[in-house]
Ligand binder design. Structure first.
Ligand code: 5GP
Length: 128
């Protein structure tokens, strides 16, 4: 049962042709903010704030739960440490910012590779 469940998840989940997978393979360009061996942070093509950066792990993961459940604690915690590093790099720590991750249909996720939105650089007038 457990095996079927995990196989089902593997089969259903990751689309290797999603736009962020193409960015990671350098098939399409991006405006890079920071990159290391595990993660890439780049500007959103359609910014919803003065500063709008997306952060992604380089491993195959379709959404937040897929990333956190499939990969080891070290990689998951590194991702959040790196997100904070980039927030600093962007100078957002003083003025404040939002971090958002949309997941699945109900969450309004469009690109099925886990990503975090970092928004800031101005007063953000939308509230959850
Ligand atoms: P989601 O709705 O999946 O949480 O967010 C996907 C984000 O990816 C959107 O904010 C959208 O503007 C951004 N996006 C979609 N295609 C591209 C692209 O080709 N390049 C970049 N840099 N961002 C993209």
């Amino acid at each position: 049962m457990k095996l079927i469940k995990s196989l089902k998840r593997e089969i259903l989940m990751y689309d290797k042709n999603n736009i962020f997978a193409k960015i990671l393979r350098k098939e399409i360009p991006c405006d890079k903010i920071y990159e290391d061996e595990n993660f890439l942070f780049f500007k959103d093509i359609d910014p919803k704030a003065k500063i709008h950066v997306l952060g992604i792990p380089k491993v195959e993961c379709s959404d937040f739960s897929d990333f956190v459940s499939k990969y080891d604690n070290n990689l998951v915690s590194q991702f959040f440490k790196k997100t904070e590093y980039v927030i600093n790099l962007l100078g957002l720590n003083n003025g404040g910012y939002k971090i958002i991750s949309n997941s699945g249909l109900n969450g309004g996720q469009e690109v099925p590779h886990f990503h975090i939105h970092i928004l800031g650089g101005e007063k953000l007038n939308f509230k959850l």
